[in-house]
Ligand binder design. Structure first.
Ligand code: NDP
Ligand code: A1CAB
Length: 211
């Protein structure tokens, strides 16, 4: 049984917890305020989902999702994530996160920032350009005509391959953007951001992204 650790229990973290549980994973979910504040959230998700601290979710997960506001990534525990694949849903909202010069000046990407914070982990972008409400409703079986596609990006092939398998379980095709340095193509306000697109349309939207 694979355990998914989730750091962040908001719109995305809670949708992913429910989805992973539905697909048979064990889930350990966390937030900043402590597991007691998540009792109601996990109550109807079944025995496979439990609440914990971020440190415990990081330690318990075979694979860990980081889904917090970007301004909080320096708080993500480093040591328990060493050697693990980490899925990064984060986007940069300067209105929420404050101005980050490296991003404003196109010197890095949001996922490269998380990879730098977690040098011993293998970070892959996942679920960052789909509205949380669509994650559990827009999927369809493999082979469905016009199936919705989502992008991933990683410096590690096994991490991108894992996201591809997870997307398929949630009902989405995958387009691999390539290394994290190229993941700006799927960041906020680019053509591929939070629009419904099939794999061919997603490839086209990634190709016409500019920065
Ligand atoms: N909303 C959406 O549709 C989408 C959002 N995203 C991106 O995904 C990320 C999460 O978004 P969303 O779920 O909407 O955010 P929310 O604001 O709904 O939830 C954020 C969660 O992160 C937790 N958190 C904050 N700081 C810390 C910390 N230091 N340690 C542990 N947990 C912390 C919060 O816990 P607490 O409440 O206890 O502080 C909360 O559970 C963001 O980067 C966002 O831009 C990506 C795609 C779509
Ligand atoms: O990252 C976010 O918070 C936004 C909301 C819509 C899509 N992403």
């Amino acid at each position: 049984m694979t355990t998914i650790g989730i750091i962040g229990a908001g719109n995305i973290g809670s949708a992913l917890a429910r989805g992973f549980a539905q697909h048979g994973y064990d889930v350990v979910i966390s937030n900043s305020r402590g597991p007691e504040t998540l009792a109601d959230l996990v109550a109807d998700m079944g025995d496979g989902v439990r609440a914990a601290t971020a440190q415990d979710a990081a330690a318990a997960g075979d694979v860990v999702v980081v889904t917090v506001p970007l301004k909080a990534i320096d708080d993500i525990p480093v040591e328990p994530l060493a050697g693990k694949i980490v899925l990064d849903t984060n986007n940069y909202y300067w209105e929420r996160d404050g101005r980050i010069a490296e991003l404003d000046e196109n010197r890095t990407t949001t996922s490269q920032m998380l990879q730098e914070h977690l040098p011993q982990s293998r970070v892959a972008k996942a679920f960052n350009h789909i509205m949380s409400a669509d994650i559990l409703t827009d999927g369809s079986p493999a082979g469905t005509a016009d199936r919705r596609a989502l992008a991933t990006s990683s410096d590690f092939d096994d991490a991108a391959d894992l996201v591809t398998r997870i997307y398929d379980e949630f009902g989405f095709d995958t387009v691999n953007v390539g290394p994290l340095a190229d993941s700006w193509r799927v960041e906020r306000d680019r053509p591929a951001y939070v629009v419904r697109q099939n794999a061919e349309e997603l490839r086209a939207n990634l190709a016409r992204a500019e920065r």
